[in-house]
Design a protein around this ligand. Structure first.
Ligand SMILES: Cc1cc2nc3c(=O)[nH]c(=O)nc-3n(C[C@H](O)[C@H](O)[C@H](O)COP(=O)(O)OP(=O)(O)OC[C@H]3O[C@@H](n4cnc5c(N)ncnc54)[C@H](O)[C@@H]3O)c2cc1C
Length: 417
């Protein structure tokens, strides 16, 4: 393994860093205040400077950086098709994007659009790609992924009870989903719905993924859910009802019953992206903590020299560096061995990184005193993001279960279990 950035990743990192430092960061506090003041009942809006920044990122070639190979899709000019970076190359860019709450959307690299675009690229028909993928890649529309349901334990995807029933040349969708990220975005035009098609099939062949226009009759966003008080405008997270929603059969992605294979493929790179963004956020928190601890004085000394604060800062540095190496290792395995070879590593990072980020950000909040809990710093929002990622894309326990299963497999075989 060689963790030095490749020349093209290094060149992109330098340009991305300069773009975000010079163009986004001076405007970010005001943009975040504006977004934080938006109320869902009025509908979310994208502030005009954010749209200008998206245009600038597009023009600068800092666009669709997450795509593992340039997207060859009609209607998507070469300049917007992405540089085609390996996971290990994109990981360092995702870390840079993660320092900011807005940078990922500005560079068209935000979840869940990234995962949804990957699904359409890998499994979508030419018609689905033309209708939905091309405008997503151009950043003209946004999307949501509707799997989790309020009424069943959704960490077990075989539990999903909302239905996608095939009726002649149509699919009929019924049920309630929640935590559908991005559904509040004013540009959200397409949803990927996961529903039960054939309860008699093998448990991993019962569900289908179906493309649903956001404005299809029968789709109702009941309300937007705050994450520990944060509404996360402009995308938000919604509770969505599907009542007798009818779409043509050709809106099924892949084949009916094929949802599990698609979900698996969607989540490997997505977890590396989430984890590297969190490492960027943890780095920001440590930087803020060090500034505060050096500049603020209590009991005649800088905060850094009081109690166990030096040890806490040292621990934070060690935890971040360990976590980064673990994620780069998972990305390298994905690049060299595919998802199968990276299965344990991807679950390991999904447990280690959000917990690490939560601890580092919590330490930074504590060093900031009351300011750490206010909106004067990005720390409270950062903590909520890290905490949420211990659940989103599967809770810690499920990922520990995967790591343990793979670890035990040879011994169970040896013991004839
Ligand atoms: C901010 C945010 C964004 C999200 N975005 C999306 C999205 O865009 N689309 C979407 O479909 N979903 C999304 N989710 C939903 C998320 O993926 C689910 O919340 C998660 O998978 C857990 O499902 P659940 O909430 O039904 O918890 P449950 O399945 O009810 O689990 C609850 C708890 O039970 C315990 N548990 C479960 N399984 C095990 C096990 N095997 N061993 C031990 N303990 C276990 C764990 O403590 C777990 O936290 C999002 C969630 C959040 C918080």
């Amino acid at each position: 393994m060689d963790f030095r950035p490749t020349p093209r990743a290094q060149e992109l990192l330098e340009r991305l860093d300069a773009f975000l430092r010079e163009r986004l960061e001076p405007r970010e506090p005001q943009l975040l205040r504006e977004l934080g003041a938006q109320r869902p009942e009025d509908g979310f809006a994208v502030p005009a400077p954010m749209e200008e920044l998206k245009d600038a990122a597009r023009d600068a070639g800092l666009w669709n950086l997450f795509l593992p190979e340039p997207a060859d899709v009609p209607g998507v000019p070469e300049a917007l098709a992405g540089p085609g970076l390996a996971n290990a190359e994109y990981a360092i860019l995702a870390e840079r994007l993660g320092r900011s709450a807005l940078a990922s959307e500005i560079c068209n690299c935000n979840a869940p659009d990234t995962g949804n675009m990957e699904v359409l690229l890998q499994f979508g028909s030419p018609e689905q790609q033309e209708r939905w993928l091309a405008p997503l890649l151009r950043g003209e529309i946004r999307s949501a992924f509707c799997m989790t349901e309020p009424d069943v334990a959704s960490s077990d995807a075989t539990n999903m009870a909302a239905t996608a029933t095939i009726d002649g040349d149509e699919v009929v969708l019924n049920g309630t989903k929640w935590w559908s990220t991005g559904i509040g975005h004013p540009d959200c035009e397409v949803l990927i719905f996961m529903g039960l098609t054939d309860p008699t099939a093998h448990r991993h062949a019962q569900h289908s993924m179906v493309l649903v226009p956001r404005d299809a009759p029968g789709v109702t966003v009941e309300r937007l859910l705050p994450t520990m008080g944060f509404l996360d405008a402009p995308g938000g997270h919604g509770r969505v009802r599907f009542d007798e929603v009818r779409v043509p059969l050709d809106h099924v992605i892949g084949t009916p019953g094929g949802a599990f294979g698609i979900a698996q493929a969607r989540l490997g790179p997505g977890r590396v992206h989430h984890c590297m963004r969190l490492i960027g956020l943890a780095e920001l928190a440590l930087e803020l903590a060090c500034r505060r601890a050096s500049a603020r004085v209590a009991f005649g000394k800088p905060l850094a020299n009081l109690g166990g604060n030096r040890e806490r800062i040292a621990d934070a540095r060690m935890k971040i560096d360990q976590a980064r190496l673990l994620v780069l290792h998972a990305a390298w395995l994905l690049d060299t061995q595919g998802l199968r070879g990276a299965l344990s590593a991807v679950s390991q990072i999904k447990v280690v990184v959000p917990t690490m980020a939560q601890e580092v950000i919590d330490m930074a909040i504590q060093l900031h005193g009351g300011a750490g809990l206010s909106d004067e710093t990005p720390l409270a929002g950062a903590w909520a993001i890290a905490r949420a990622l211990r659940l989103a894309d599967g809770p810690d326990e499920v990922h520990r279960g995967v790591v343990a299963r793979l670890e035990l497999a040879p011994y169970r075989a040896e013991a004839g279990a």
